[in-house]
Ligand binder design. Structure first.
Ligand code: ADP
Ligand code: MG
Length: 698
């Protein structure tokens, strides 16, 4: 693809605003625009026109089918393809796509997780068109982004709460803007740019690893002799195979209108990153799903496999997804950008402290938003923030807030004095705000970077939660300020008070250190180490109240989500246990036994010849002791797995998975890995870390 052609083919497979403007009659176009901008229902008469135009366009792009594309609670997207054909006359067909097929799809929801929301006799669910995320053509099908609900209207997916949270956010943010005299903005949208980390390995090694195939991560594997110690992979020169892959991936994404922007090597060997230009949280979330899918399918075409698990390999860095979150108005303003006038700065500070208060009051929800079996292996390891949430603001802004809190005059580096609503904030240099890479929630100049998100997480979750908790604080602020007699005075008080009440969440030090864990405990911050500890708090009264108030989730929807996530957690750990047992029996045991037999024969031969044989003797003894332990733990694991009862309730299963099965897995691995380090290479039947992490050689 020629570089100069990129603007021409960017978004060519997307039924976007430009296409709609060109092809739809003006009235229909205006109606769609209104549905997108104001969230109004598109009248069926217009939907009919849109469907017909969309179908013709899709057929030109090679589509024979259409599918409603949705995001059930399984964590991956779902699609069911119907062709456009409709019988006509005698044995002929026409291509048809009705307004009903565009707007609403019936779906058998019985095989998707509902967490008890849907009684078995109500197996039907439906999908509803989301016009705010553009339809597109991929692999010969027209994809229509949709929300997925039970027949009762309750959400069964990840998109619905995100859309609802954006609406709630818009409403509350507009109230604040009006208080500052802004009447021009009609819409406020939370925005996101999600930096996606991933591993690429050669398909041949992948296929030989049962654990990678079934679980997406290795359950065994001793450290390679070279890991990431030399720090020579991060931003290193990109190998030609990887570069060809990245090029094709970019092109595929661009055609689908995804703003793929940055690509580079990451810290671990075989690890890479792709970052897009930010967009609205809804589009960004759909685009991130597409990106993850294309990462996998393009890899396949290059003889590679893309691993999106949070921790595919022990002892090297795992993968995350930095969630850069900010707030845009339709008039082009970033509300988290410190402004140039006193009024803008006061407004900036208000939004800033709203985020601070939200993060402090809903630490549990933020932790829940990134909770998964995979991410538990990453959080708190030395490559990712711990399970403790805190905010890093940067030196300058920290200074500003401390001064406000103490009613002192802030004198910054530029010797500017600061008083809210009166003076101008010192310019906050962008680079000085991002020095702390260990912070889970860092202010980076004009956005917050939430760094706890796992690489495979659907970003709809963290974002619907961030949108909702910040909307709640804005609504409290608006309630108070709308009643104020002296706006500036009340504003000053409010900001000051908020800083005072929530400064415990601010932390500038090293989040990876042991001291921080202690200090955080002293401050009363939560440290929810595992998914199970976090999830049980989902239904706490304050959380249910929050989601119900902003109509983002009902009490029963939250309970269902908690059930689904708990069950998902225990299912994953259970599958890992079964896989580990199989590997221990079928791969590890045979290779250990073979090597030990070999050593014993050598030893006997040498002994017979009267030769010294302490090397063999030591090894034999060592391996014999380790394999005894290994056998013991394998027996225990098998017994514990048998005791796992799938008819237990989800919490019991999840607790058992965490407290018993995961511990067994860890122990089993410990001895297997120790033995691996002592075993001759030719006796090991599966690819080692060395083989996998350096499988792409040129
Ligand atoms: P860095 O690489 O230092 O983390 P960048 O400025 O390159 O920072 O941004 C990283 C990510 O943040 C990109 O995906 C980018 O699009 C996103 N981003 C930048 N500005 C915003 C914003 N206003 N809202 C949301 N995301 C943003
Ligand atoms: Mg970043």
């Amino acid at each position: 693809m020629e570089a100069k052609k990129i603007p021409e083919y960017f978004g060519t497979m997307v039924f976007n605003d430009k296409v709609m403007k060109e092809r739809l009659p003006k009235e229909a176009y205006d109606a769609v625009r209104q549905a997108i901008d104001k969230g109004t229902q598109l009248p069926l008469s217009y939907a009919k026109i849109v469907a017909s135009v969309m179908k013709d366009w899709a057929i030109e792009k090679g589509a024979t089918h259409f599918t409603h594309w949705f995001q059930p609670m399984t964590g991956i997207t779902a699609e069911k393809h119907d062709s456009f054909i409709e019988p006509f006359g005698d044995g002929e067909v026409i291509m048809k796509f009705s307004e009903k097929s565009l707007v609403k799809g019936e779906s058998d929801a019985s095989s998707f997780p509902s967490g008890g929301l849907r009684a078995t006799f109500e197996a039907r669910g439906y999908t509803a068109w989301d016009p705010t995320s553009y339809a597109f053509v991929k692999d010969g099908s027209l994809y229509i982004p949709t929300a997925f609900c039970a027949y009762s209207g309750e959400a069964l997916d990840k998109k619905t709460p995100l859309l609802r949270s954006m609406e709630a956010f818009n409403k509350q943010a507009l109230r604040i803007l009006r208080l500052f005299g802004n009447t021009a903005a009609k819409k406020v949208t939370p925005t996101v740019g999600a930096e996606q980390e991933y591993f690429l390995i050669d398909k041949s090694v992948y296929e030989k690893r049962m654990d990678l195939v079934h679980c997406g991560r290795t359950l065994f594997g001793a450290r390679p002799s070279k890991g990431q110690e030399l720090e020579d992979h991060y931003y290193g020169a990109i190998k030609s195979r990887i570069s060809a892959y990245m090029k094709e991936l970019d092109e595929e994404l661009w055609k689908l209108g995804v703003y793929a922007k940055t690509k580079h090597n990451e810290v671990a060997p075989s690890q890479h990153e792709l970052a897009p230009v930010f967009t609205s949280t809804n589009t960004a979330s759909d685009h991130n799903q597409l990106t993850m899918q294309l990462m996998k399918s393009v890899a396949n075409r290059h003889g590679l496999v893309c691993l999106l698990h949070e921790k595919p390999f022990a002892s090297v860095s795992g993968s995350g997804k930095h969630n850069n979150w900010s707030i845009s108005t339709d008039t082009g303003e970033n509300l988290l950008d410190p402004g140039a006038t006193p009024n803008e700065n006061a407004q900036f500070l208000l939004f800033l402290v709203a985020v601070i208060k939200a993060v402090d009051e809903y630490q549990d929800l933020l932790r829940i938003s990134v909770a998964s079996a995979g991410n538990d292996h990453r959080l708190g390891a030395t490559e990712a923030p711990p399970a403790i949430i805190s905010i890093y603001l940067g030196e300058e802004l920290d200074g500003v807030l401390r001064a406000i809190e103490k009613d002192e005059t802030y004198v910054g580096k530029e010797k500017t004095e600061l008083k809210i609503g009166v003076s101008v904030l010192p310019t906050i240099p962008k680079d000085s705000t991002d020095r702390n890479r260990t912070s889970p929630f860092a202010f980076t100049g004009n956005k917050f970077e939430f760094r706890m998100v796992g690489s495979s997480t659907n970003i709809a979750c963290p974002n619907f939660i961030i949108n909702t908790i910040v909307a709640e604080e804005l609504s409290q602020f608006a309630d108070r300020l709308e009643k104020a007699e002296d706006f500036n005075l009340e504003l000053h008080e409010l900001i000051k008070e908020t800083i005072k009440n929530h400064n415990r969440i601010l932390f500038s030090g090293n989040n990876y250190s042991k001291e921080w864990e202690k200090e955080a405990k002293r401050r009363g911050l939560l440290n929810l180490k595992s998914t199970v500890d976090a999830l049980v708090r989902y239904t706490d009264e304050k959380n249910v109240k929050l989601f119900e108030k902003h109509r983002v989730l009902s009490g029963s929807e939250i309970r269902s989500r908690m059930e689904i996530l708990l069950e998902n957690y225990s299912n994953i750990v259970h599958i890992e246990t079964l896989t580990a047992v199989d590997m221990a029996r079928k791969e590890i045991t045979p290779s250990i036994v073979k090597y030990q037999t070999f050593l014993l024969n050598e030893y006997k031969l040498k002994k017979e010849c009267g030769l010294p044989c302490s090397l063999e003797e030591k090894l034999i003894k060592n391996l014999a002791e380790l394999s005894e332990k290994f056998a013991e733990i394998l027996d225990k694991t098998i017994k514990d797995e048998k005791a796992y009862d799938s008819s237990w309730n989800n919490l019991k299963k999840a607790k058992y998975a965490k407290n018993t099965l995961l511990k067994d897995l860890g122990e089993l691995r410990k001895y297997a890995d120790e033995m691996e380090l002592l075993t001759g290479k030719e006796f090991i039947s599966i690819p080692t870390y060395e083989d996998i992490l350096y499988s792409v050689k040129y």
